[in-house]
Design a protein around this ligand. Structure first.
Ligand code: ATP
Ligand code: MG
Ligand code: MG
Length: 548
């Protein structure tokens, strides 16, 4: 809500608006389309779009597509869908850094003409050597003093494809002994003989992130360019370009701490490796920390937004407990998800005193305290399924389920008492013979012998079959990619359990793609949006240990 104390960025923006330094806030969310968005990006999205909402400004969606080698249209489309799904609307048309390639080229020529850029023939390794280390200053490239005419000509010929990849770069001419290594003649253009998803084969030189990002902001009138902390060292360079180019506006860069989650990796490169090596079924595998993965798993946009609000915005990096994200979705589904019964590991129970040709239909609330959620019809008959976990031949007092000679209530239906367990040749229990206690729907037994607990069930004659997928954490290690650990070695071999013989109350056959439910006593589940049959994904279990 808007009564919360302002975070440090909100304070800066409020001051800039109050003191007339900007009239109207413009932010941007600038993904590179080289993978699907992950939960870390959700933080940046909620931050940038949230600021625009709060201050009545706009937030642009801009594809930072300056490196064609790793970028694809599939990612562009997925990113758009994810931002919309989170509930945000970008300002105007979608922006692409590649829309500005002509302008960037003109600005490169402008820097050359002012003696502030040159074409350099050092290869990557030599350039690194010349750049020096923090302790020793760098030394000037032997190509640093080329004339303006020669530089303009060479840049033109780079653009025309006359040189091989890596043979030449365009570099800013700043200061080879600068205390900040980013200022030691950074690269502005590289030769890359690759076609681009937006510009095709028009270009074979592509601008660096540093030469593009601030100028993109300036072209779009971005007032506050918010990025993660690792770019703090690039800020002097960001400002150098804004000062040395005839840009139409003067944006400023601010940094905030990136989101890291324990038991998770948040790096597109690493997530891509999980996809490419078949550890998961795709970017939208419900175990992935991608927005598409969380969506398929049954997370709601409201829960992800709430989580981002809970973690707040700080000036330092930190690791957030994944249990906090789980708390956000559990809390949302507890309040909003309709209830239903699903027997994951069915065990047949025959009610020997209930006529085989008789059926009844009971009703159950859609949700314990949401009258707006439709009630459900529960057919009942002589044979029902209960979960294997809910029956034992003998048990101590702590076991509040069905035991031979003892009673349990079938939720929203009769109290029953078990008489006998039927076993197969292998000694496994395949059926239970039991009896209903008359007049116990909505009433306690008249003989005063109370049931020990309440269990869920479905009627055998009128239920639906489904597959249910149970997910666990994808990594067993709390910090899968910390230090020099190989995150691929910390993968949980039991992150997916598939149950193919589950029995669901029949109303669940009508569940829509992605619709979420609480399966009573089991957890929160949603109908898978991709599989054609009836498949449910476990979103999260019932118990919340966060903050306890
Ligand atoms: P990755 O390392 O996963 O590729 P990236 O930062 O290179 O991430 P971009 O597509 O450039 O990915 O990110 C778009 C925006 O999202 C950037 O402004 C970036 O700072 C922000 N962002 C990326 N990861 C996180 C994170 N973990 N927490 C907060 N913001 C993030
Ligand atoms: Mg990036
Ligand atoms: Mg990256």
């Amino acid at each position: 809500g808007n009564d919360k104390p302002l975070n440090f960025l909100e304070q800066i923006i409020k001051k800039d608006i109050d003191e007339g330094r900007c009239n109207g806030l413009v932010t941007r969310f600038p993904p590179e389309p080289n993978g699907y968005l992950h939960i870390g990006h959700a933080k940046s999205i909620c931050l940038n779009f949230g600021l625009a909402e709060r201050f009545g400004g706009v937030c642009n969606l801009r594809f930072d597509d300056t490196n064609p080698a790793k970028e694809e249209m599939e990612y562009v489309e997925a990113i758009k869908a994810d931002v919309e799904w989170l509930g945000f609307t970008w300002g105007g048309d979608i922006k692409y850094a590649s829309n500005y390639f002509d302008q960037f080229y003109g600005w490169a020529q402008h820097l050359i003409k002012n003696g502030k850029a040159y074409v350099c023939d050092l290869n990557a390794e030599q350039a690194r050597e010349y750049r020096g280390t923090l302790k020793e200053g760098g030394k000037p490239s032997p190509y640093r003093e080329r004339s303006v005419e020669e530089n303009l000509d060479l840049l033109e010929r780079m653009k025309n494809g006359e040189f091989d990849e890596g043979a030449k770069t365009l570099r800013a001419k700043i200061d080879m002994s600068h205390g900040n290594i980013n200022m030691r003649d950074p690269i502005l253009y590289r030769i890359r003989k690759q076609s681009h998803h937006q510009t095709g084969d028009k270009w074979c030189i592509y601008p660096s992130y540093d030469f593009a990002h601030g100028q993109e902001d300036a072209i779009e009138g971005v007032t506050h360019s918010i990025c993660t902390l690792e770019f703090a060292d690039h800020r002097p360079l960001y400002e150098w370009f804004i000062e040395n180019l005839p840009v139409p506006s003067k944006p400023k860069q601010y940094e905030f701490g990136r989101l890291n989650l324990n038991y998770t990796v948040t790096s597109k490169r690493k997530l891509k490796q999980l996809v490419d090596e078949g550890v998961v079924t795709g970017w939208d595998d419900p175990r992935m920390p991608t927005i598409a993965g969380y969506r398929r798993r049954g997370y709601t946009p409201a829960a992800i937004r709430k989580f981002c609000e809970m973690i707040g915005v700080t000036k330092s990096d930190g690791v957030v407990d994944v249990a906090m994200l789980e708390h956000a979705i559990r809390d949302d589904l507890d309040k909003n998800a309709p209830r239903a019964m699903c027997v994951l590991n069915p065990l047949k129970v025959t009610l020997t005193n209930y006529p085989s040709d008789k059926t009844e239909v009971f009703t159950a609330a859609g949700h314990p305290n949401r009258d707006d959620l439709q009630s459900r019809e529960l057919p009942f008959g002589q044979v029902v399924y209960i979960d294997k976990e809910d029956f034992r031949e003998e048990a101590n007092k702590k076991y509040k389920r069905l035991v031979i000679g003892k009673r349990v209530r079938l939720r929203n239906a009769y109290v029953i008492e078990a008489d006998e367990a039927i076993k197969n040749d292998a000694g496994e229990i395949i059926e239970v013979k039991a009896r209903i206690i008359e007049n116990t729907v909505g009433n306690d037994p008249e003989d005063g012998v109370k049931p020990k607990g309440v269990i869920h069930w479905v009627a055998a004659h009128d239920c639906v079959d489904a597959e249910v997928r149970l997910y666990d954490r994808l990594f067993v290690d709390e910090a899968p990619d910390a230090g020099n650990k190989d995150f691929m070695e910390t993968i949980n071999p039991e992150s997916l359990t598939v149950l193919t013989n589950c029995k669901l109350e029949k109303s669940l056959a009508m569940a829509t793609a992605g619709q979420g439910f609480q399966f009573e006593r089991e957890g929160y589940f949603c109908r898978d949006a991709k599989e054609p049959g009836l498949v449910f994904n476990r979103t999260i279990g019932l118990r919340d240990s966060w903050g306890k």
